[in-house]
Structure formats: structure tokens, C-alpha cells
Design a protein around this ligand. Structure first.
Ligand SMILES: [Mn+2]
Length: 425
């Protein structure tokens, strides 16, 4: 759990880098209507949650900074018996004042009036430029005299890069649940089942272990479906002899995990599947071993391209020399994405990859990223030996950068061929 003190420390830290004479506004998420009076499941805005720890909708966090000192002010839904009867309890001003270590708490109704006052004699308004336009409109209505608008999202994103011990503990908890889910599916007899039955199985394990939100829509892609990168139909029958690519991660207390395993439907890899799988696995392991402070993510990516291309030449999937193939981007057909991404409150954490000046941000202790090399070979790609066509293999783990190297937080989720085959019933 993240303590109220930690949330306050984050606000203090943000306030240090906020411009003088500025007002910063962070909005909570808003319920989104699916149709009529039915909403999509609500999930709090990650930046708002990072700075407040508050899970309700309709809330606003404001920072007012003069020269050095700042004030944090939270606006919340007011208590309302009828609304609470229909849509759930609200914390209200009184309890929020007790709980949150902010300077003031007011009801949301008071926001517009107070916001106008906050802006007097200020020169900069900071907010998340990715906001819904309806919210931007409110801000713009009152801030016509403010010369400068600044996007606050990269600043918070930069803070979110380095995880605290409490955050790491939550990510590890999410991974533990994800491990149970993947292992359970590995054990199942999957022949004659459907992708959605595996999906149901994964979700059952997630939800029954307290991960009631998924970190993202799971991908259960059998056979050639694995070559559709964002395949989420998850509704095709499973055939004996095919592989299934499962990219599924639990979210625990707002923290994500992101794990991919590729396993055989009938529990046994064919020789060709094994050859391609061992290539991806060996690359994944080599790249993970390179992780340490100050290395660049782009260095990891380039190395993964080289190693995958080398292997694909060896297997007869590509021909020519490594340098030329990469220069001509021929490998992009088989390995089109990056080696991995930041992970935290969001599965693809919204933290920057470059400093404002354009230089790449090197890995540092406390950062969390995924490593996920892959090879995708479409079933209709006649340039590739027939035995490899229709195979799509990705292996993904969640890595914490430590003081002198790394910790593979998901190393307990098995990935060796021998172990996967043994796991199968
Ligand atoms: Mn991923």
C-alpha cells in the first residue's frame, strides 16, 4: 500500500519543479457512458492517482505555487444520499480532509469560483494536454488572461519513471497473480477448447486473487492469430499442433504487470516451433542480462535486432548479412516492435523516453520496463521455410533496474521448453 505520506512527498517533489506564479490543475477520470445509463468500468486517471491516491471520479487536485511555497487543494464530490444510493458511497469533504495530507478540501461545486481566484496574479497554468476537451474548455474559460499554458504530463511522467519500494511491492504482487494465471493455463488440456475459454481462465485467476481490473485486454492468440499484434478477438478454436501466444497481466491496486508466454496447445513443441522458440528465448535472456543503470533502451533494442536477425539467418528465414538486413529494415516484417516499454500505473507507462532536449533517458535504479523480443511469421509468407509459417512467438518479462544490474521480477513464470512441456497435464 502507498501511504498518505508518500503521496504528499510526491506532491512536494512536483511542486519543487512547478514554475513560480503558477496554478496546476489535475483532473480525476470521468465515467464514460457505454449507452443510455450504463457506463464502462471506471478506472482513475493514472497521473491524478499518482499525485492523490484518490479513487473517486469528479475530483480535482490543484497546486498553487507562488515563489517557493505551494498549496495543494483537493475538490471532491459532495455527499449526496440519492446519488450515493445509485452509484456508491462518496468520501465527502469531511473525511477527505482527515485522510489526505493536503492544505484544503472543498466540494467540486466550488471549483470554478475558487479557480478564478487562484488565477489572480498568476502567469502560468499547467495541466495535462491530453485531457478531454470538455475539461480543457473549463480551464480556458477562466484563464484567458494567463499568457502561458504548460503541459504537466511529461513532468509527472518523469517522476513516475522511478518506482518507490511500495510501488515495486504492488507490481510484484500483480506479477504473482499473473504467474498463477499463466501457470494454470499451461497445465490445462487445451485441445478442442477455444481461445475464450483460456481467457476466462486467466480472468478467473486474476479476479479471484484481488486483481479485479486487468492491466490491459488480454491477448489469447492461437496459431496464425499470434501474428496480429493486437489480437483481442480471442474467440477461435484451438488446434492440436498450434502454439498459443498469451499476453496477459493482472493489475493490482492500480499497478500493472505485463507478461507474454507462448505455449503449445497440446503441451508439446514441434521441432520447428522449438527452433524458433529457443531463438526468441535466448535473445530475451541475453538482453535481460545487459540491463543495468546508464544503459540505453535503444542499445537493448539494437542488440535484440542483431541477435534475432543472426538467428533468423541461421534458420533460413532471412538471407544476407546482419548489417545489410537491418539497414534495409527487412527484419521489421518479423520483428516490427520495440524491445520493451516502461511499466507502472499504466501497462505502457506514460513516462517519456527522451529528455525535453531530445536526448534519450538512460536506465536508472528503480525503473521498471518490459523485455519482449518476438518473431512473427505470417502463414502466407512463402519466402520463409514452410515449417515456420504461421508461427508467432513472443516472450515477455517485467524487469526492475537495480543499483548494479537488474531483477527479473517475473522470473518465476516458467519459459523453458522443458518446464512448459512438463507443466502440461
Ligand atoms: Mn508489453
Amino acid at each position: 500500500m502507498i501511504s498518505e505520506k508518500e503521496y504528499r512527498r510526491r506532491r512536494d517533489k512536483l511542486a519543487l519543479v512547478l514554475p513560480k506564479q503558477s496554478v496546476t490543475v489535475l483532473f480525476s477520470g470521468t465515467h464514460k457512458t457505454r449507452s443510455n445509463d450504463t457506463d464502462y468500468p471506471f478506472r482513475q486517471d493514472s497521473n491524478f492517482y499518482y499525485m492523490s491516491g484518490f479513487k473517486e471520479d469528479n475530483a480535482i487536485l490543484v497546486f498553487i505555487k507562488q515563489k517557493k511555497k505551494y498549496q495543494a487543494i483537493l475538490f471532491v464530490n459532495k455527499k449526496d444520499k440519492t446519488a450515493e444510493m445509485w452509484n456508491g458511497k462518496r468520501l465527502g469533504v469531511k473525511k477527505a480532509t482527515k485522510r489526505f495530507l493536503v492544505d484544503h478540501v472543498y466540494t467540486k461545486d466550488e471549483f470554478e469560483k475558487r479557480f478564478k481566484e487562484y488565477l489572480v496574479e498568476k502567469s502560468i497554468l499547467c495541466f495535462d494536454f491530453g485531457l478531454d476537451y470538455s475539461k480543457v474548455k473549463i480551464l480556458k474559460r477562466y484563464s484567458k488572461n494567463i499568457a502561458t499554458h504548460k503541459d504537466i504530463s511529461p513532468t509527472i511522467g518523469t517522476m513516475r519513471l522511478i518506482k518507490s519500494n511500495a510501488e515495486i511491492a504492488l507490481i510484484k504482487k500483480a506479477i504473482t497473480i499473473t504467474k498463477k494465471a499463466h501457470h494454470k493455463v499451461m497445465k490445462l488440456n487445451k485441445v478442442s477448447k477455444n481461445e475464450y475459454q483460456l481467457l476466462a481462465n486467466l480472468e478467473y485467476t486474476f479476479k479471484s486473487n484481488g486483481a479485479y481490473n486487468d492491466a490491459y485486454t488480454s491477448i489469447v492468440a492461437s496459431g496464425n492469430n499470434a501474428n496480429t499484434l493486437h489480437y483481442i478477438d480471442n474467440n477461435k478454436p484451438l488446434y492440436k499442433g498450434d502454439l498459443i501466444l498469451i499476453d496477459a497481466g493482472a493489475e493490482y491496486e492500480y499497478y500493472a504487470s505485463d507478461i507474454t508466454r507462448t505455449i503449445p496447445v497440446n503441451g508439446k513443441f514441434t521441432v520447428a516451433q522449438g527452433e524458433l522458440y529457443e531463438l526468441v528465448l535466448s535473445v530475451e535472456k541475453k538482453i535481460i542480462k545487459m540491463i543495468k543503470p546508464n544503459i540505453l533502451r535503444s542499445t537493448l533494442h539494437k542488440k535484440s535486432e542483431e541477435l534475432l536477425v543472426e538467428g533468423m539467418i541461421r534458420l533460413g528465414i532471412l538471407s544476407g548479412n546482419v548489417k545489410n538486413i537491418i539497414k534495409k529494415k527487412k527484419h521489421k516484417l518479423y520483428y516490427p516492435h520495440g524491445i520493451g516499454h516502461w511499466m507502472g500505473l499504466d501497462v505502457h507507462d506514460t513516462s517519456p523516453y527522451k529528455y525535453a532536449q531530445g536526448k534519450e533517458i538512460p536506465l536508472q535504479e528503480g525503473m521498471v520496463l518490459t523485455i519482449e523480443p518476438a518473431i512473427y511469421i505470417d502463414e502466407n509468407d512463402t519466402s520463409v521455410p514452410k515449417k515456420y509459417r504461421g508461427l508467432g512467438i513472443r516472450i515477455e518479462d517485467d524487469i526492475l533496474v537495480t543499483k548494479d544490474g537488474y531483477e527479473n521480477m517475473s522470473k518465476g513464470i516458467i519459459k523453458e521448453i522443458y518446464d512448459i512441456e512438463n507443466m502440461h497435464s
